[in-house]
Design a protein around this ligand. Sequence first.
Ligand code: ADP
Ligand code: MG
Length: 432
Amino acid sequence: MLVEKLLLNVLIILLPIFIHSVLFDNKSVGKSPYLCGILQSLALFLSLVFSYELGGLYWDLRYVPMVVAFLYGGPIAGGMVLLTYLATRTFMGGDILLGYSSGFLAAFIPFLFMKRFWTFDAKKRVRTAVIVGFWPSLSMLIILVTNIVINNAAAEDANKILMNVSIFGVIQIFSVWLAAVLNEALLEKELMRKEILRAEKLNTLGELAASIAHEIRNPLTVVKGFLQMMHKQEKGDNFYYLSLVLTELGRAESIINDYLNFAKPQFEKLEDAELADIISEVTILLEAFAAKEGVQVNVRLEWGVFAKTDRNQLKQALVNIIKNAIEATDDGGEVIISQAAVGNESYIVVSDNGKGMDSAQIARLGTLFYTTKDKGTGLGTSVSIKIIEAMGGTISFKSERGVGTEVTIILPSFKTYSNKGQNPVELGAEMK
Ligand code: ADP
Ligand code: MG
């Protein structure tokens, strides 16, 4: 039976993948084109040996290892498989010339596709492999049809041969597809392992950096204390310099604090905090800054909504987001902060009509030290995201260049009676 024999061939085709994943996975030799060449040559050799003779033709999947070797292993692996083919074919005898020419013909198309293959993504690679793998069956079909025409075979025979060719074509395409998918799975596994290793390294590095930052903070506090004393007593030229030194020292301190906060948000005191209350405190805090930038800050609040959280952390998260919104907005622009509860969740939306971000910029938000500002630290957003997530909330960004940005924070919250301002407050801050 042709199908049976071809299924045996399918197993042979899958052999290199199994051997590779069991024996050579995670080893440096695993990526060698020579190894790929040897394994695929073995598959091709077995496929030739277990070839099935029917109607004066040899049916097997000899070209699949060739296609896989060229596409996944490169020219060296492909060349090795082609050589193995030529050698085995010579040894086996028969119509050598036909064997050679069909071998070169089968190697030609994968060879052409080889270079472009790796510019594709995984899905397109599988599709390409299937299309390229179709080529040998096509050439086989052409040879057969010519054969039939030349020998003027009986109609009955021709039908049978055509049916066999169809079965052969389907199985061949299926096995190329399977080989490609399994190869891709191996590649993905490799990538994943690398990614995990990298993440582990980063994690250790992060912990190291956090402990160093912690160690630096203490001497810095001492230095700052003494400098502040000197600053108070100084009357001469140095007064100006000391002011500068203190400002820069303050900046260094806040970067270190931000970083430490990012590495491990400290929730010191959990309490029922009224969101509207926190937001109005933050707005008052940023009022002077907004006025300096010429930005109008408008607030819409719903009182009586509480979240169990550390007030200072939530304030920090909001300050970072609102400060970014103010900084992104031009003189005369507007930042709207609105907060409202829906069921057990509270929405805090900070929107501005500032310069906005494109999708690439949005994707980079939350990456440590990503900033587009001269004096930026690139910590604010990362810290805010960390804090909100630690509170069990979510934060999302919607933005369009030149139009503005909308940051939506969703926090778990609950409603209860509040004795604070029941009316929505309007806090405006504008200069001029
Ligand atoms: P920093 O403010 O120190 O630059 P952040 O982490 O707070 O660091 O912000 C990172 C970057 O994200 C900013 O430099 C800015 O380019 C962009 N960004 C954040 N918020 C906004 C916003 N509301 N509108 C436009 N760009 C923003
Ligand atoms: Mg910022």
